[in-house]
Design a protein around this ligand. Structure first.
Ligand code: SF4
Ligand code: SF4
Length: 125
């Protein structure tokens, strides 16, 4: 970089806004593709464990017997893999960023509906 180019860059930066945002003092720009945090509709979960198997950071733990679904938000890298793989579409990506937390507060555990019961076959007449 020549001396002239460097001076140009310095002067430009002196009179332009910073590239960073004052988040959270100023709200971050969000679109429908923004990855904030994973949410679950417990009524839709069939405890198939697909999300747990697909999660690259082992952030999800599904207990079939206890019918629980758990996420450790401090492990989650918000890759969206679990949302894409869920067969019942009960997982979703919220655009709201997760608030700052401690290790204990990062774990969210919910009771889910579990495997769907088969409908009884209609009686033959
Ligand atoms: S978004 Fe990615 S890292 Fe987070 S729980 Fe889902 S699969 Fe795991
Ligand atoms: S959240 Fe979806 S992928 Fe995960 S166990 Fe439940 S139904 Fe299966």
């Amino acid at each position: 970089m020549t001396y002239f180019e460097m001076t140009k860059t310095v002067i430009k930066n002196l009179f332009s806004h910073p590239a960073t945002l004052m988040y959270p003092a100023k709200p971050a720009k969000k679109t429908h593709l923004t990855r904030g945090h994973v949410t679950i509709n417990p009524d839709g979960c069939i405890t198939c464990r697909s999300c747990q198997r697909k999660c690259p950071t082992q952030a999800i733990c599904v207990e079939v017997k206890e019918k629980t679904w758990q996420i450790d938000r401090l492990r989650c890298i918000v890759c969206n893999c679990c949302v894409e793989v869920c067969p019942t579409k009960c997982l979703a990506m919220d655009t709201q960023y997760t608030a700052a937390m401690t290790a204990r507060a990062g774990i969210m555990k919910v009771t889910v509906s579990g495997p769907r019961k088969k409908e009884p076959a209609p009686a033959e007449s």
